[in-house]
Unconditional design. Structure first.
Length: 414
């Protein structure tokens, strides 16, 4: 049967403006009035797909899918043959399931069955391969020895571990001035262990909704246990586990309590989970976090010594165009510089060479003059931290936690 001229004209208009819901609904109404229910359903479904909340489109869909009780049976057309076999509609209510089956080739279903919670939900916290090892860390021999005793030696000697009853669980707190490689050494530990690595900061955990921060901490440990052996690294742990005596926020206290619960690892659940934490302010970390079985060992990460500074210079200049660089001489001139300070010196030197090349129109390599000039502009950033640390050691409570720091300050005459 040929289309009605009006229907044909409006159909062409719909083809020209497929997003016009009002026009498409009008076409559906004309088709429905003409007894062409399947075509009307198609137009209604297309309108709902464009504007799911449009009342006229939804009303047209309902009317098109529900046969007219006053009308007699229509002669089956080629489009109606498949739907006639579906049987009579339900006596009461509207059968959404049957309706979705009729239009499933046009639009996605509006309702789906809930099969219950996923028994293995995806975690928002992902683990990764560390990619570095101790060989990539310049200097820091004392730190490496402490980490070897805590984690690496027991893992590499399972017989001795069993003999001495040494568990593969535990935590360690790295503290020291900012920019001295605490995160890098944590990655190197994971690389030496052959374990996966997960880095967690306060922004990954903190949530404004009550109880969600605690659930985030639980999710961190659940993901780590599933990926064991795994190193979990909490950066700036003083923000996440700050002293509860210094805050009245129930939000913060809840996070600390949850972290304590997860570190305890009920029923040995943390076997193969190695917890490392880093902070610039260890005196602000809740004392309960440093009790035995938790972050019970502390390692001081100091500004790099001369061999380490030389290695840092070589690492940051390796992929840059340089000539005549004396890394040992630069290391001697950068006493008290952190690794981040040295990286910035290299960046400033590269900028000087780049701007000179732009000005002269001749590209040149980075030389010692650029690095020495950069050293004249950059000052070590560790001074403020060392001053604060000295005050804590001299005038704060001394329970032996900062013995290494006290000895170093004495040797360096600070």
């Amino acid at each position: 049967m040929d289309d009605d001229p009006l229907i044909d004209a409006i159909r062409r208009a719909v083809v020209a403006a497929p997003e016009d819901v009002t026009l498409r609904v009008h076409l559906g109404r004309l088709l429905l009035d003409a007894g062409r229910r399947v075509e009307a359903t198609t137009e209604a479904a297309a309108a709902v797909a464009v504007a799911p909340d449009d009342a006229a489109a939804r009303a047209l869909m309902l009317e098109a899918l529900q046969p007219d009780a006053t009308a007699g049976p229509a002669a089956p057309g080629p489009d109606d043959a498949a739907t006639d076999d579906a049987g009579p509609p339900p006596a009461t209510g509207f059968d959404w399931h049957a309706a979705e089956q009729q239009v499933e080739h046009i639009v996605e279903p509006a309702f789906v069955d809930d099969d219950g919670p996923d028994p293995n939900p995806a975690s928002a916290f992902s683990v990764e391969r560390a990619g570095v090892r101790f060989a990539d860390v310049g200097g820091m021999e004392t730190v490496k020895q402490r980490l070897t005793a805590a984690f690496l030696a027991p893992l590499a000697n399972p017989e001795l571990r069993t003999l001495y009853g040494k568990s593969l669980r535990g935590g360690l707190l790295l503290y020291g001035p900012p920019g001295c490689g605490k995160t890098f050494i944590a990655r190197a530990v994971a690389g030496e262990l052959g374990a996966r690595f997960m880095s967690v900061s306060i922004t990954d955990v903190l949530d404004p909704y009550v109880g969600q921060s605690e659930r985030n901490i639980e999710a961190v440990f659940r993901a780590a246990r599933a990926a064991a052996p795994c190193v979990v690294f909490f950066d700036e742990v003083d923000a996440l586990g700050q002293r509860r005596s210094q805050t009245r926020s129930s939000h913060v206290r809840g996070m600390v309590n949850q972290l304590l619960t997860e570190l305890d690892g009920i029923d040995g659940g943390n076997e193969g989970v190695f917890v490392l934490a880093a902070t610039n302010q260890p005196w602000d970390v809740d004392p309960a976090l440093r009790r035995p079985g938790r972050l019970d060992r502390t390692v001081l990460v100091l500004p790099p010594d001369a061999p380490a500074r030389e290695a840092v210079f070589r690492g940051h200049l390796r992929d840059r165009p340089v000539e005549g660089i004396d890394a040992a001489a630069l290391a001697k001139r950068t006493e008290g510089f952190s690794g981040a300070d040295i990286a910035y010196v290299c960046e400033v030197a590269a900028e000087r060479a780049l701007m000179d090349s732009v000005t002269t129109g001749s590209v040149r390599l980075i030389g010692m003059a650029d690095l020495l000039g950069a050293l004249g502009e950059v000052r070590p950033s560790t001074g403020a931290w060392l001053d604060a640390a000295r005050n804590v050691v001299l005038f704060g409570e001394d329970d032996g936690t900062y013995a290494d720091l006290r000895a170093w300050l004495k040797r360096s005459k600070r």
